[in-house]
Design a protein around this ligand. Sequence first.
Ligand SMILES: Nc1ncnc2c1ncn2[C@@H]1O[C@H](COP(=O)(O)OP(=O)(O)OP(=O)(O)OP(=O)(O)OC[C@H]2O[C@@H](n3cnc4c(N)ncnc43)[C@H](O)[C@@H]2O)[C@@H](O)[C@H]1O
Length: 143
Amino acid sequence: MAPKVAAGFVIFRYASSKIEYLLLQTSYGIHHWTPPKGHVDPGETDLMTAYRETQEESGLKKADIKVFEETKTTLNYKVKGKPKVVHYWLAELINPDAKVKLSNEHQDFKWLPLKEACEISGYQDMEDVLNKFDEFLRKERNL
Ligand SMILES: Nc1ncnc2c1ncn2[C@@H]1O[C@H](COP(=O)(O)OP(=O)(O)OP(=O)(O)OP(=O)(O)OC[C@H]2O[C@@H](n3cnc4c(N)ncnc43)[C@H](O)[C@@H]2O)[C@@H](O)[C@H]1O
């Protein structure tokens, strides 16, 4: 069975020596928290999807973020018994004036430090991605 494929960005902001990650809370289902992401449409690359879904779900545009393309990381899990693949990249909010604007797919958002982001993410594999990206970032910034 071909898996459903989705793609998105784990977006962080870095200000006053603090790193915070953006998570959105779905307005449906069990109201889980997730980075902006969504299904890859026909004809799209995974990266195109990540930009499109990020803009649709958070209002953050391509020019508002910087993507670290070398961080592409893939999650595999099952939704209602069917395989799903989700590709994530780390991305930095580079426009300090950009504001998050939710679509009707989400009811809340939070910028959270690593520990709280891991706690709220609710899935071990998502937690692993957050930890991996945080480690990458600390090395990259000498933090
Ligand atoms: N229950 C529902 N009721 C009404 N409308 C719904 C719905 N679920 C989806 N929709 C509709 O589908 C659209 C979403 O489409 P998209 O916006 O295109 O897709 P998505 O971000 O991948 O959404 P989704 O929430 O389904 O994915 P996730 O894998 O996080 O989550 C899918 C499931 O996997 C679980 N999950 C998330 N991350 C996981 C992980 N790492 N490991 C295991 N399970 C995980 C989640 O808790 C969730 O149960 C929305 O517009 C909405 O209308």
